[in-house]
Design a protein around this ligand. Sequence first.
Ligand code: NAP
Length: 439
Amino acid sequence: MSKQLRVAIIGAGPAGIYAGNILANSYQNVEIDLFDSLPAPYGLIRYGVAPDHPRIKGIVNSLHEMLDAGTIRFFGNVTFGKDLNLDDLNRHYHAVIFATGAIHDAKLNIPGVELEGSYGAADFVSWYDAHPDYPTTWPLDAEKVAVIGNGNVALDVARMLAKQADDLLTTDIPQNVYEGLKASPATDVHVFGRRGPADIKFTPIELRELGEVADVDIVVYEEDFPEGWFNEDAEGVTNQHRVMAKVLESWRGREQTGAKRRLHLHFWHNPVEILGSNGRVTSMRFDRKGEEREYQLQAIYRAIGYFGSALEGIPFDASKGVIENVGGRVSGLQNVYATGWIKRGPVGLIGHTKSDAMETIENLIADSPNFADPEVSTKGAVLELLRERGCQFTDWAGWLHLNEHELELGANFQGVVRERVKVLSREEQVELALGGKYE
Ligand code: NAP
């Protein structure tokens, strides 16, 4: 029998849970503790996927089974660098895996980016998904809005801004978000890509879905589709590109129905400057193939990619926003690993983090014969330490309780069946998970 291992994973999003599950299935004698800074598990799925994407949110069901199987213990409301540091983890575990993801916006370095009305998409996503560390209100007062970027986050943001709030009522949309979106005066949402329509980073389902949003007219511009704009034999062209080219083609010359809102797709628009008056956004300038273009806009959402955050004591590549690593082995440290977006950067769909986790876990298991036994190896010791430090951590049973509560709230919310109603504040989530007064 292989020697017993104790492994800590930091980050209970898909990357951390897949890593834990793969480790539990490939190494017989292992105890895994999974920590998250939030009281609830599931990271990006709970706080990054748009409310109207139940198919993607459904991944939670398999993650739930992985955590419910018993080998992995979940502890929420535990922040690495505050409640636990690397020395603590080294004292209690043979190995540590960081799966902290990438939750902030990549920076757009152009003048005017700091003006009021210029927002990072990641912040907006955190708002509409009711992340407990974000304000519950969002200034939705613009009629003409820009979304910068041609990835799926740009589509999420554009769709959420264009959709009629009433069409979101059956999802897990928080009530404050519903009310905010309902009052939005938006008439036009402009999505700007810096490259051409053949170079979009969307995926087919998400692009097609845009054309099916009720009471929204899609507008594409003939200038962006010159003869031969899509070469299906070009290097790197996949079936996905072919499908998306057909979708875009079907929108050319599409008749306007007089819908309440319009969603415009512009290509080859390279951001140059955001202009404003009295500190507020009034317009944005782009370079379109050497020609200057300016659009009157009152809000700009920058969806140009996510960026990872540095962790105390862990080597970090600040140019890429990832932990320095080779195949998931963190550079310069013994027995410390990384997986998911903090390992390879914020690209790829949720499922892709599985292959990532496989590589990291293979390397961890290969290294395991050389792991030194931790100083403290009882299961309760780390919990004692957290208690001593006044950390009110949640656990799996607590999450089940909170989950049940949110589902019940949703079951009859003001006469509508909502998928769930998330508890907004961190404190209330913790109270509920601890079986406290919010029953
Ligand atoms: P992404 O797919 O990498 O797209 C980023 C976009 O920003 C690209 O179009 C990129 O253009 C553009 N960009 C980067 N820097 C720019 C700049 N300085 N000026 C103008 N444009 C700039 O990233 P993402 O949208 O954040 O998505 C992250 C991952 O999550 C992706 O794998 C995505 O598919 C996934 N995701 C999936 C869903 C879903 O519903 N399935 C939803 C959200 C996210 P270039 O291509 O020219 O660099």
